[in-house]
Design a protein around this ligand. Sequence first.
Ligand code: ZN
Length: 326
Amino acid sequence: MVSPLHQIEEDIYQLHIPLPFLLNRVNVYLVRGAHGWTIIDTGLNHPPALEAWQAAFDELEMMPESVQQIILTHTHPDHYGLAGWLQARSPHAEVRLSQIERDMANRVWKERGERDNDVRDQMRKSGASDDLSTAIISGISSTRAMTFPHPTCETTIAPGETVMIGDRACLAIHAPGHSDGQLLFFDQADGLMFSGDHVLNKITPNIGVWFGGNPHPLPDFLKSLRSLRDLPVRVALPGHKTLIEYWRKRIDELIAHHDARLESAYQAARHGANAHTVAVTLFDFSRLTTHEMRFALVESLAHLDFLVKDGTLTVEEQDGVWMYHE
Ligand SMILES: [Zn+2]
């Protein structure tokens, strides 16, 4: 087996954790410090992920007692799903994340607050067929099954707080859009940013209207990107794909991507369309599983919402479906 562990700085390792999705890998980080290890993000609980973690523990000769803390950038299942498992094997490890994300994890994963009926309602209003809604809901429960056991998270991290990650003093930065309470961690002294899923190479972070979350995520995302653009980032360590060496350029590309997608969404909806019709125009549904179709739908909703909010489009409910038009 090729090692899933890659040393990227003297004290930082990137570990590739397999995912059972089209996006087939999440990057998590292990940071060595004088007082032990910090783990950033975790993976989903399924056998290939546990094998990757075991390979990392073996290769680094990492004792369970030496894990000091587990930090989560956000609580999407691919980042959150093994936090409880790692905490259970690490007697001294605290799990830390933002308050918003902790509340969301409790609601969505622990209390199962994202009820099937709420999701079905959102899908129906988006114009999805009953078959697609049913398939999406069954996908959610199989993903939820890969988030057990759940961690206990007693201390949260406030934006603006300085957090020791290994021996690095990192500023916690609130970066909403992809997930409402996502935190990035910036080691200003070294120009190194743990960028979660906020800034990614090769793919664009999913910006979606999720049931129970921020109903207007895209303006917040773009505002956040603009506020981060001029930070002196030498290298960013993202949750997926490759390291980001051209921070400002990548942010400019992401902003341009959403400008273009807003234009495409406008063209698709201006004469009257529901979100599903717009999603099928923006994304190649023949390549997608139902898991990704849901992402395509919520991403389309985010763009349509942006256009409604800025007055370009209007929306009204017709026969239980949101219809957009100029
Ligand atoms: Zn995510």
